[in-house]
Design a protein around this ligand. Structure first.
Ligand code: ADP
Ligand code: ZN
Length: 707
């Protein structure tokens, strides 16, 4: 439609007889005549726009077919097919006639079609018959065949060719978890309070098996499902499980698909072609008709939050709203539930189901035994190496027995900061405020924030000294240490530097599973959805990478990560063991993770949150302003604080606290200074109603990270 001098795209959500403006103009054209978004999803968009203070259009755009918003929309692909237009009884006499008339090429086409069961793609039929288009014209004019144009879909995944698998007989634990879920599915989710479940089960307790059977049950009652998984765990192993259970009936949406593939998959979903849609956070917006079940696997994962652009929605929250709007059942699963989700379950907003025991091929097996190693002691006794004595000897024993090892370090690269011994100068990125990381393979220093790389300095840029020292450890230095200590062992790195695409991912996973490699050194990339039965030892090289960060969730993050990594040991035939190296052995998150004690962790964490009024005891929003001029940046932020305080006073919302303005943790990013303001309070959403911010500001409601 025309809008000033421009033509813009618009979405019609409802019609009105009158106009709010005096001068109306005509619509320039119609993009789609069929409704693209269902009424329930229009309601969902309204909720998102309101809750996350985003423009309604941007919220609605989430639910449109991928590519709708771009100028060049991926086209539909049409395929022409030929069909026999005569019945089987008539065919022999027609073939005879053609033979007599010596119309051999027409005859050939009909024979090809007959052999193919009456229908074939035009191009293929011509190729098989070895003739040109004019033959078709002749046959068409004699009405012996017809030609139809059919929309074809690019098929991004081989949906077939998976060995069919059948539901497993539930263990007792699974059986008692299953009862209420099955009842809800049959009750059509019509009792909303009881149809949102938090399934808390340790890794390997059989949650996925419950998801699969819940999906099958949903299909039985004539409905469809959506299953959200974090993008990082959308591995072929996980997808195969879905394909094997529901052959040909699963749609997969993920970022590796081309725009065209995504578009086609989306449209087929809207047509109702699939019982199940599997995908990352954006799949919550898939136009799955007749929705009956939503699953959010690993609900605690931060990847469910869209932090980088507006609307800054959390897919778990959106799923809760969608379940309420559509009367669907919702299952949120995790080994380490988000503290806020668990709190809501204890307040009966969600129904809590616990699955405390592990299922393994040999029956129930205990979780791995975990030892905490105090690295301060190692240092005192003269060990300056990356590995403690305990970890080194455990590795030697595992290798001797022919078992496999996973080493976890949540940092890429070789050294995490580079300092001049003479003057103490630390090499920083010139555009960001962070220290540079040394990458051995590239022989360069790389900024992990903006990815700019720098040559290795031969002299200190400040004092020209030649003594440059490299501190800290990353995946590369751990890999090098393994090669030095165990020259015979096969070692491979598993981080985003080494694994750049899906096929290297699969190659590395396959060679580790088939035990051609002994030691896998990785970042949190290896914590997700991977099952390696040959692993008996997990070494956490440093538990401290998330500690001491200025974020109230750093304890929770540490606990979740440690539990996930420890859970990689002993998933198969060996009983597992994990060794955790730390300079903070008494830190509560480290201690509770070592005991696999979620309840203990939760109790500590929730009382700390209560004491300081952090979520779930308040809502939080983060405002960030960035500008290349530091003092301008602060001046703008300070003025904003004054304005917000006035508004709080006007509205009488006295429980809202303003923290800041303060430099963001990454004070400078890509050449711009960043200043943040945190708002905290129970009544925050009353403040955020019609809250407008000038250009240059970012507003993140319920931020998952404060850095
Ligand atoms: P989670 O999702 O909690 O990590 P999974 O559902 O992946 O757990 O189950 C872990 C392992 O146990 C898988 O290999 C799975 O096939 C197996 N498993 C799950 N449930 C059963 C069952 N009832 N009987 C036998 N094996 C099971
Ligand atoms: Zn940088």
């Amino acid at each position: 439609m025309p809008f000033g001098p421009r033509v813009v795209r618009g979405i019609v959500t409802s019609l009105s007889e009158t106009s709010s403006v005096t001068q109306t103009r005509d619509i320039a054209g119609v993009i789609s005549t069929v409704p693209l978004v269902s009424p329930r999803r229009i309601d969902l968009a309204a909720w998102i726009a309101d809750y996350y203070t985003a423009p309604v259009f941007s919220a609605l755009a989430l639910m449109l077919p991928p590519g709708f918003n771009s100028k060049r929309q991926p086209g539909h692909k049409l395929q022409k097919s030929l069909m026999l237009a005569v019945g089987a009884e008539e065919l022999p006499s027609i073939l005879d006639e053609l033979k007599k008339a010596r119309a051999f090429r027409q005859l050939k086409i009909l024979e090809v079609l007959q052999a193919a069961g009456g229908k074939m793609e035009t191009g293929l039929a011509l190729k098989k018959a070895g003739c040109g288009r004019q033959v078709i014209t002749a046959l068409l004019s004699r009405r012996l065949i017809s030609e139809i144009g059919e929309e074809v879909f690019r098929d991004p995944v081989a949906r077939t060719d998976h060995p069919l698998e059948f539901p497993l007989q539930f263990t007792d634990g699974q059986q008692s978890a299953w009862g209420p879920i099955r009842d809800s599915i049959w009750a059509d989710g019509s009792r909303p309070a009881s149809s949102i479940f938090l399934l808390h089960g340790v890794t390997g307790s059989g949650k996925t098996e419950i998801y699969l059977q819940a999906l099958a049950e949903t299909v039985k009652v004539g409905k469809k499902g959506i299953c959200l998984v974090p993008e990082i765990s959308l591995t072929p192993q996980v997808i195969d499980r879905f394909f094997s259970r529901f052959p040909g009936r699963v749609a997969v949406l993920h970022s590796a698909l081309t725009a065209g593939e995504l578009h086609d998959e989306w449209r087929r979903i809207a047509r109702g072609d699939f019982d199940i849609v599997v995908g990352p956070r954006s799949a919550v917006f898939a136009p799955q008709p007749n929705l009956g079940l939503i699953i959010v696997d690993e609900e605690h994962e931060w990847a469910y939050k869209q932090s980088e652009k507006s609307p800054r929605y959390h897919a778990r929250e959106v799923a809760v709203q969608l379940a309420r709007l559509t009367n669907s059942v919702l299952i949120m699963g995790s080994a380490t539930p988000d503290v806020e989700t668990y709190y809501r379950a204890t307040r009966s907003e969600f129904q809590l189901i616990e699955l405390p025991e592990r299922v393994t091929p040999l029956g129930l097996s205990p979780l791995p035994e975990v030892d905490i190693i105090d690295m301060r002691r190692e240092l005192k006794s003269g060990n300056r190496g990356i590995f403690s004595r305990a970890l080194r000897s455990a590795m030697a024993e595992s290798l001797d027995r022919g078992e496999q090892i996973i080493l976890f370090i949540n940092r890429r690269g070789k050294a995490t900061f580079i300092e001049c011994r003479d003057c103490g100068y630390v090499m920083n990125c010139r555009r960001c405020s962070g220290a540079l990381t040394y990458h051995y393979n590239e022989k360069r220093l790389i900024c992990h924030r903006c990815r700019r790389s720098y040559p290795l300095p031969r002299r200190c840029p400040q004092c020209s000294g030649r003594e440059i020292k490299y501190f800290g450890i990353g995946t590369e230095s751990v890999e090098a240490e393994c090669r030095k200590l165990f020259p015979k062992a096969g070692v491979i790195r598993f981080d985003s530097d080494a694994i750049t695409d899906a096929s290297t991912f699969q190659t590395v996973v396959d060679s580790f599973r088939s035990r051609h490699i002994d030691i896998l050194v990785g970042t949190q990339m290896l914590t997700k959805g991977l099952d390696f039965p040959g692993v008996s030892l997990v070494g956490i090289v440093s538990a401290d990478t998330n500690l001491n960060l200025p974020d109230f969730r750093s304890g929770e993050r540490t606990f979740q990560l440690l539990c996930q990594v420890e859970g990689r040991a002993g998933r198969g035939i060996y009983s597992g063991r994990a060794i955790v190296q730390t300079y903070n052995p008494d830190y509560y998150a480290v201690k509770f993770a070592a005991r696999h004690d979620y309840a203990g962790f939760y109790n500590s964490e929730i009382s700390y949150r209560r004491e300081f009024g952090y979520p779930p005891f308040s809502s939080m929003a983060r405002l960030v302003f960035s500008h290349s001029n530091e003092s301008k940046c602060f001046a703008v932020a300070e003025r904003r604080v004054v304005l917000i305080s006035q508004r709080i006073a006007e509205k009488g919302l006295n429980d809202i606290k303003i923290v800041g303005p303060a430099p963001a943790y990454t004070m400078k990013l890509r050449g711009k200074y960043q200043v943040q303001i945190i708002l905290l309070g129970r009544e925050l959403h009353s403040l955020l109603k019609d809250f407008d911010l000038p250009e240059g500001w970012i507003l993140d409601v319920d931020p998952v990270g404060m850095l």
